[in-house]
Design a protein around this ligand. Structure first.
Ligand SMILES: [Zn+2]
Length: 116
């Protein structure tokens, strides 16, 4: 039995986290599942408008979602109904740490882009 490590550090580039697009005020990531089934992947939008920063996560069965523009993506969200669709994503400890660190950095980046 292996003891959980307490000495992991966030990685760069981050394992399990793929940066897909950077629009300046919006950055998107693909968070991959440990089991390597792309259908389990989560997509993450970190976005700043004039008032606040939002982080949206969703899953979609469609591959190459990042090649769609954001309105197409929103349309898929609205029409496919993510409420009815459940997906689990399993992250390793390392990946979860990377995820947290990446979110922190992305939030800072989009905020700085909006308010230089
Ligand atoms: Zn999986």
């Amino acid at each position: 039995m292996s003891k959980p490590s307490t000495e992991l550090e966030p990685q760069t580039p981050a394992e399990g986290l793929l940066k897909r697009n950077n629009y300046g005020d919006a950055i998107t990531y693909q968070v991959t599942c440990e089991c390597h089934d792309a259908n389990h992947d989560h997509n993450v939008w970190v976005e700043a408008d004039d008032h606040r920063v939002t982080v949206t996560t969703y899953t979609t069965q469609k591959s190459k979602w990042w090649s769609l523009n954001r309105w197409q993506t929103i349309w898929i969200l609205l029409t496919k109904g993510y409420i009815e669709y459940e997906a689990n994503i399993i992250m390793t400890e390392q990946q979860a740490l990377n995820y947290a660190e990446t979110l922190k950095k992305a939030i800072k980046d989009v905020k700085n882009f909006k308010q230089p």
